[in-house]
Ligand binder design. Structure first.
Ligand SMILES: *Cc1c(COP(=O)(O)O)cnc(C)c1O
Length: 236
């Protein structure tokens, strides 16, 4: 990953300022697109950063966070949730079926539902526990071999199955465009699949492209390094 000079370093004192700046940029992008800034939720992605780095954001009033690994979230968030019971945690990384129970327990939104086996596991666990985190379907808009997500041509049928057969609370779609392509066409494709399936939420856009995502209708942008600073090592 190449880091532009605009990527801030991660001194705690900077986090609240970075957060405010990202919020202002989201609001400006929303207004430019004729949208209400309140219709875009900033998911602050804290992966690789410890709980102490989450606190400046929480103290600044931020409440929606994303993690890409179940184990890391389990280590980091229960204690923070005890202090900030109204926070909302999104799972944005790949989920193995054998970790589905833990995911249902700790996340409020699972953004990465992408195959029948996982959908079935989530459905069973939700029925057993009564906990029903919102589900987004991850779409592999670039049809990349090594990326998770349902293929675009299979999305309509999979969404229908998640709703009708598995009875999951499906409310949106998520995508991660290929790194070497213009994200706009991917955001447009995701928005079109959501529209024709009547899904209100669109999770798309990261530090490098969240303003473009807002232009194309993102309701959730997942922003990490622009808030917390450059990560020590890339995570899958
Ligand atoms: C890490 C991650 C992000 C945030 O990426 P940044 O470029 O640091 O903003 C967003 N979405 C997913 C799925 C991620 O894994």
């Amino acid at each position: 990953m190449t880091l532009s000079s605009s990527v801030p370093h991660n001194a705690d004192s900077d986090i609240a300022a970075n957060l405010a700046e990202v919020r202002a940029r989201i609001a400006a992008a929303a207004r430019a697109a004729g949208r209400d800034p309140r219709d875009v939720t900033l998911v602050a992605v804290g992966k690789t950063f410890g709980a102490e780095h989450m606190l400046p954001a929480l103290d600044a009033g931020h409440r929606t966070f994303g993690e890409n690994r179940v184990q890391e979230a389990e280590d980091k968030w229960p204690a923070l949730r005890a202090r900030f019971p109204d926070l909302r945690l999104h799972l944005i990384g790949p989920l193995q079926s054998n970790k589905a129970r833990k995911a249902v327990e700790i996340f409020d939104v699972v953004e990465t539902v992408d195959r029948p086996k996982l959908a079935g596991a989530l459905a069973r666990i939700m029925a057993e526990t009564g906990r029903r985190p919102d589900c987004f379907i991850q779409v592999n808009t670039g049809a990349e071999d090594r990326k998770a997500g349902i293929l675009p041509e299979d999305a309509d049928a999979f969404i229908a199955r998640c709703r009708d057969e598995f009875r999951l609370p499906v409310t949106g779609l998520m995508c991660i465009p290929p790194v070497d392509e213009e994200p706009a066409m991917h955001f447009q494709l995701l928005a079109e699949i959501a529209r024709r399936n009547g899904l209100p939420h669109l999770s798309m856009g990261m530090s490098a492209d969240f303003e473009i995502a807002v232009q194309f209708g993102a309701t959730h942008v997942r922003v990490g390094s622009a808030i917390f600073g450059a990560r020590a090592a890339p995570t899958p």
